[in-house]
Structures are given as C-alpha cells and as structure tokens.
Ligand binder design. Structure first.
Ligand code: SF4
Length: 442
C-alpha cells in the first residue's frame, strides 16, 4: 500500500508516527509525502486542548476529500484525539469518513489497521498505561532530517487540574537507560546531529523506578555514549520540581549537552499555581532560575505559561508579568486556558472571559518581544556555532544555535554560499530581529 501520514501535536506524537512508519515500511508498504498519491492516509492527532482537537478534525475532513480527488481507500485516525473521545459514542458517527480509530497505546497495531479488510470501522484502544516500550529492533522512519527526538519515558503521574495527558498517555513509565543510549547511538550513525530527549516531564525520569535514579543519570550516560561524536544533546519539557542541581551540574559537565533549559512553569502566582495543582511556589521558581544561572551562566531559558486560568485576577496576572520581566526568558510560549468538561479545572469558580484572556495573552507576548529583541542584540558581533539545516534561497542558509530548539524557537540566518546541510559552522552575528538572528561565516 502507498501510505501518507500527517503528524499533529508534540514531539512525543512525532516519535509515535516515526515508529508506525517504520513498522509499515518493514512490512513492505511504501511512503509518500503527497496525500493525493496515497491509498491509505493516517492522521496522528493531538487532542490536548480544544483548538488542537478542532485542528485535528479539520485535517481529518481535509484528508477524507482524497477519496474523491485522490486514490484514497482507507483513512486511519490515531493518537490523542481518538484516545480522548474513545468512549464518546458520537466519535464514530461524527466522523463516518474514518475507517479505523487507534488509541495512543495502539501504535503496534498500525499494520493490522492498514491491512484490515473485514471490519467496517476498526477501533483499537488498548490501555495506554500498558503500552510496551519501543522495541529497538523496530526501525524508525525519521520525519525530521538533522535532529531526532527520543522519548525517555511515557505517561505522567502528576495531576495538573487543566491537563488531560495522564488520561491519554497513562501513568509514568521510564525507559531503560541502555535502550535510550542504544537508540541515540543508532540515530547518530544514521547522520542525526542533534538528539532531543522528550517526555511529558523528562526530569521526572526514574520516578517510577524503585531506586533513586534521576534524569542526570541518563543524561550522563548518553553524553558519555556520544562524547566522541560531532553531535548536540538537548532535552525539553523539564519539571521545576525535578530539574535539580544534579541535572544542571550534568549539563555543565558535558560540552555536547546544550545549556538549554525548557521549564514550563505555567504560572507564577501562588494562588493560581495552587489551583493548577502545580507543586511549587513563586519563591521556588525564582530560586530555580537563580541556581541555573549561578551554575550555568550561558544557560538559555525557555518556559510556557497559561493565561486566563479560572480565578486569575488582575493581581495574579501582574505577578506573572513581573516574573516574566524579572527572569527575562530567551523563549516564551503563552497559551490561553482551554476549558473542557472532562478537566478538573472546569469546576473551578470565576472563569475568565475570553476577551480578557486574549488581552492578557497579547500583553505578555508584547512584553516578551521586547525582552527577546534585547537578548538577541547581545548576540551581535559574537561568533556562534550553528547547525546548518536549510537553504531556502541562493545565498541564504537557515540553522540553529545551541539556544534555539527546533519548531518552537527562532532561527539563525546565514548569508553564505556552498554550505553543507547537516554540518556545524561558526557564524559571526551581524543582525538581530525580535525572534531570529543573522550573520556571516566567521
Ligand atoms: S505534568 Fe504536564 S503532562 Fe503531567 S499532568 Fe501536568 S501538565 Fe499534564
């Protein structure tokens, strides 16, 4: 079968897509990146928040049109949207275009779903908490070229009141350290230059082990495994409670590990953090970022916050804005609270009108734009190591420094000719913009 797969959502979903593609290719199916040429289309969905669910339904309906304008025979929906609404009796009736629904624990059944001829609308929803870890003998079909994500664990044991992920992905299960290092080894041998560790909370790694294994252990092993390779190691989605001194010291110890700390704080007002079920205080957060900068002065900081959470007053919002201005993050993601009846936070009082939430979103983004530009101005005249990734037009290449993660942060434009994609070059920064920087070969 000729298969097209569309991946929506987060890096964990991308790894699932690559695993499913690997299984299909291993069974002799071929892949296309043109949906009009596909007999089977798979949409690996996100269902984290309502806007993501809406986008997923739009993409599913768009793909269904290839029955008319393409050669589509089978439409398969996998991932979090399917998992979130698996018990919703309207799921199948609302999407009659779909031939199979697979939950987040069902990646191993993708070949069965593609080759299924009997069942009209196949539904496979094994318990995501029992999903086996990726089998290392399975080949992954990488969707990205120069970097690759590696999951260090599945699921989450935390109970944030606004989050559905534990229900979609199950409880926390940490992957054997050796598996992670072997997979990284294999990806690097395939030409990957940046390994990005991901999970619901990477630094919660080992919390489900009986011994006191922490994330720093897997980070040290991985860095030693790849210490002689021209690669970078990055990790995303840390948790403020488990991003410990030992983890920061491990980052500082290894030159291959990016001094890049992605720490989703979600808010900074003690009252709202409590309502969110986030187990830390405003003081804890100030202390954490102070510790990071004391141990690792080159640290690049990224965070994510939610505005418009039920009960968020002007005073709470001011605490958050002042925190953002005090810490001066290199990168900031701002989400507007997304309500849904299957969330604990739904039953909280004083929901914030969307007009006010949107205004708060725009105000924080405006404050961050100024901070980001000022931080980028500090890079001018510096020489930075850049991973060359694209050549969008003659004389211009695009790459990323150690403080620029893919798909979420700004990039570095390089005015040059004849650079090789997938190599590291030294760039003298000559220009800066709100989110991006630019320069020439040093
Ligand atoms: S820690 Fe993250 S994944 Fe887990 S419940 Fe909270 S927001 Fe969701």
């Amino acid at each position: 079968m000729i298969i097209f797969l569309e991946t929506l959502g987060c890096s964990r979903n991308q790894v699932d897509s690559e695993i499913m593609l690997g299984k299909l290719v291993a069974k002799g199916h071929t892949l296309t990146d043109d949906p009009s040429q596909a007999r089977v289309i798979i949409v690996n969905t996100c269902g984290f928040i309502s806007t993501a669910s809406d986008e997923a339904v739009d993409v599913i309906l768009e793909m269904a049109e290839f029955r008319e304008k393409g050669i589509l025979e089978k439409l398969i929906v996998t991932g979090c949207l399917a998992q979130r609404y698996k018990d919703d009796k309207d799921l199948i009736s609302t999407l009659p275009e779909v031939d199979a629904f697979l939950g987040t624990g069902a990646c191993d059944y993708i070949v069965d779903a593609v080759e299924n001829k009997e069942i009209k609308t196949l539904t496979i929803f094994p318990d995501p908490a029992k999903r086996p870890f990726q089998n290392l003998s399975d080949k992954r079909e990488l969707i990205t070229q120069n970097f690759a994500y590696i999951k260090v664990s599945e699921g989450c044991n935390r109970k944030c009141t606004y989050c559905i992920i534990p229900k979609l992905r199950g409880t926390q299960r940490s992957r054997p350290e050796d598996d992670i290092c072997r997979e990284a080894r294999r990806l690097v041998s395939k030409g990957v230059q940046e390994i990005i560790l991901t999970a619901e909370n990477t630094t919660d790694y080992g919390q489900d082990f009986k011994d006191d294994t922490g994330f720093e252990k897997v980070l040290n092993s991985l860095a030693l495994t790849l210490e002689n390779d021209p690669v970078r190691i990055r990790f995303l989605y840390t948790h403020p409670v488990t991003l410990t001194r030992d983890v920061i010291l491990a980052v500082k110890k290894h030159k291959t590990v990016c001094s890049y700390y992605d720490v989703p704080i979600q808010h900074a007002s003690p009252k709202i953090l409590k309502k969110m079920g986030r187990p830390y205080t405003n003081e804890d957060l100030y202390g954490l970022f102070k510790t990071i900068r004391e141990i690792d002065p080159d640290a690049a900081l990224r965070t994510t916050v939610i505005v418009g959470f039920p009960g968020e007053s002007e005073e709470d919002f001011d605490i958050l804005t002042n925190f953002i201005k005090d810490i001066r993050f290199d990168h900031l993601g701002v989400f507007i609270y997304s309500d849904s009846s299957d969330l604990k936070s739904h039953s909280l009082k004083d929901h914030v009108p969307s007009k006010i939430a949107e205004k708060r979103h725009d105000m924080i983004m405006a404050a961050q734009a100024e901070i980001s530009l000022a931080i980028n101005e500090n890079h001018v005249d510096k020489t930075l190591k850049v991973l060359v990734e694209e050549n969008p037009e003659p004389g211009v290449f695009v790459g990323r420094t150690m403080f620029q993660a893919p798909e979420v942060d700004g990039v570095t434009f390089i005015y040059a000719d004849g650079l090789e994609i997938g190599t590291f070059v030294n760039v003298r920064i000559t220009q800066c913009f709100e989110y991006d920087i630019a320069g020439v070969i040093a």
